[in-house]
Write a protein that binds this ligand. Structure first.
Ligand code: AMP
Length: 113
């Protein structure tokens, strides 16, 4: 989608600090980091949110989580990390392209705001 910022990053049209790229998944640094490590893990295919991924594409969801696991190891998040998928208005989602937040480098609190 030409008006989607994450589609444009995936297409190389908008600059980002890319940390991972393969045929299905791209990961890049969040422009407003909420932790010392804050990476967005994003499918190249446009899905508005987690709620909009059809069951036939569930394998993509596994790829996204596996990418988080691999990036956490590469980035040295040995103390642990958090993966967040804000979904829809009540979930606090602001960019309408499915993405996982990989957050680490500090202790996290619970519950989230
Ligand atoms: P969410 O609120 O879950 O939809 O998260 C969207 C995230 O995208 C926020 O953490 C933003 O800081 C981040 N973001 C928005 N635009 C960009 C961009 N151009 N490059 C990197 N991160 C972005």
């Amino acid at each position: 989608m030409s008006d989607c910022i994450f589609c444009r990053i995936a297409a190389g049209e908008v600059p980002a600090k890319i940390l991972h790229s393969d045929e299905a998944v791209i990961a890049f640094a969040d422009v407003h980091p909420q932790a010392p490590t804050h990476v967005l893990v994003v499918p190249r295919a446009h899905h508005t949110s987690l709620a909009d991924v059809p069951p036939g594409e569930d394998a993509t969801l596994g790829r996204l989580l596996a990418t988080c696991r691999e990036l956490a190891a590469v980035l040295g998040l040995r103390g642990g990390y958090r993966v967040v998928v804000n979904t829809g208005a009540d979930g606090g989602q602001t960019v309408s392209h499915l993405h996982l937040h990989l957050l680490g480098g500090r202790a996290m609190s619970w519950p989230p705001g």
